[in-house]
Design a protein around this ligand. Structure first.
Ligand SMILES: Nc1ncnc2c1ncn2[C@@H]1O[C@H](COP(=O)(O)OP(=O)(O)OP(=O)(O)O)[C@@H](O)[C@H]1O
Ligand SMILES: [Mg+2]
Length: 319
């Protein structure tokens, strides 16, 4: 059916590899020929807007969904062998939507998950790792969103996995809860663990991930370290502005000195520029020339969000 996954060429240990993954649901191709390689000890991020195919990809890698085409190898093993159970013992999985029983307490939930595995951390150890000591006897239904999410991650950690999958671990959490989850992820990686996480928070990817793959429509459209991806813009600053009366010639903006890219969304223009000191005076002169004036203007250091916008013309979070 499919080709043998090629041999390891890098000196680095490959924790996870997939080649040519395809998954279709009726007329939707959720994953459209995906190749990935995640090295041991790295935190790898899958980034993309809603519907990009992140969860489908992760669930295939986790052995929960069968791909229509392609190969998956994790920790040197494949799914659908007689060793599936042993492989499952070596990975930790936090699903995008974790449904834990509401009436059961934190400690009971973790005892249950711990009982699935031959080896692993003690329940008390994991409760400490995710800082839920005070809630150990609270029912799951009474936890806050951030506490529930920490419990879901604790369930994924209880087997002391080598490879941890986190599907949007911090979506919907407040900044404090997000920071505390980042802390858990960083500690796991510092202990030698490998992580594959999905997110549509760019700052999360930039902070946590050694490398990221930006996904759109089931394909990887960019891959690298956060710094490499931002450098690929060829510019490090973004000027966002709006004007009082519509500009008559948007193309003129693209031709201004130091301007690399123009993106316009609703009434907001975003110019990616290499030298802000050169681009800004030229921009102001051009706006005046076009008989308009600036209403709002901000500048920021280019981010992964700007990489996505420049590749697709869309914002990550509004799909
Ligand atoms: N079980 C399913 N049946 C039908 N279509 C599906 C199914 N699962 C996913 N899809 C479709 O596949 C595409 C990819 O969905 P997926 O959940 O993988 O995206 P995602 O990148 O995880 O998005 P999000 O950021 O919203 O979680 C979407 O168009 C979705 O509607
Ligand atoms: Mg998803």
């Amino acid at each position: 059916m499919s080709t043998q996954v090629s041999a390891v060429v890098s000196a680095q240990r490959v924790a996870l590899r997939c080649e040519g993954l395809v998954k279709r649901f009726a007329d939707v191709t959720a994953v459209d020929g995906l190749d990935l390689k995640v090295f041991g000890g790295e935190c790898f991020g899958l980034l993309g807007p809603n519907g990009a195919g992140k969860t489908t990809t992760v669930e295939i890698l986790e052995g929960l969904t069968m791909p229509d085409e392609g190969e998956v190898e994790l920790l040197g093993q494949r799914w659908n062998s007689s060793d599936d159970r042993a492989l499952r013992e070596r990975i930790g999985v936090q699903l995008q939507e974790t449904q834990l029983a509401e009436k059961v307490t934190v400690v009971e939930t973790l005892r249950l998950f711990r009982s699935f595995y031959k080896r692993g951390h003690s329940v008390e150890e994991v409760i400490r790792t995710v800082a839920l000591e005070e809630k150990r006897n609270a029912r799951v239904g009474k936890l806050s969103g951030g506490q529930k999410q920490r419990l879901a991650v604790a369930c994924a950690l209880v087997s002391d996995p080598e490879l941890l999958f986190l599907d949007e671990p911090t979506t919907g959490l407040d900044p404090q809860a997000r920071l505390s989850l980042w802390d858990i992820v960083e500690k796991f990686r510092d202990g030698g663990g490998t992580i594959l996480l999905t997110t549509h928070y760019m700052e999360e990817a930039a902070r946590l991930c050694d490398r990221v793959a930006i996904m759109d429509h089931g394909k990887v459209i960019a891959l690298g370290t956060p710094a490499e991806l931002i450098e690929s813009l060829g510019a490090d600053q973004v000027i966002e502005f709006s004007v009082a009366t519509a500009l008559t010639n948007d193309d003129a903006l693209t031709n201004l000195p130091a301007v690399k890219h123009l993106h316009k969304r609703a009434e907001i223009y975003a110019l990616t520029v290499s030298e802000i000191g050169v681009a800004l005076p030229a921009l102001l002169a051009e706006i005046k020339q076009q008989q308009s004036e600036v209403v709002t203007l901000t500048t920021h250091q280019a981010t992964l969000e700007d990489v996505f916008v420049s590749l697709t013309g869309r914002m990550l979070r509004d799909g």
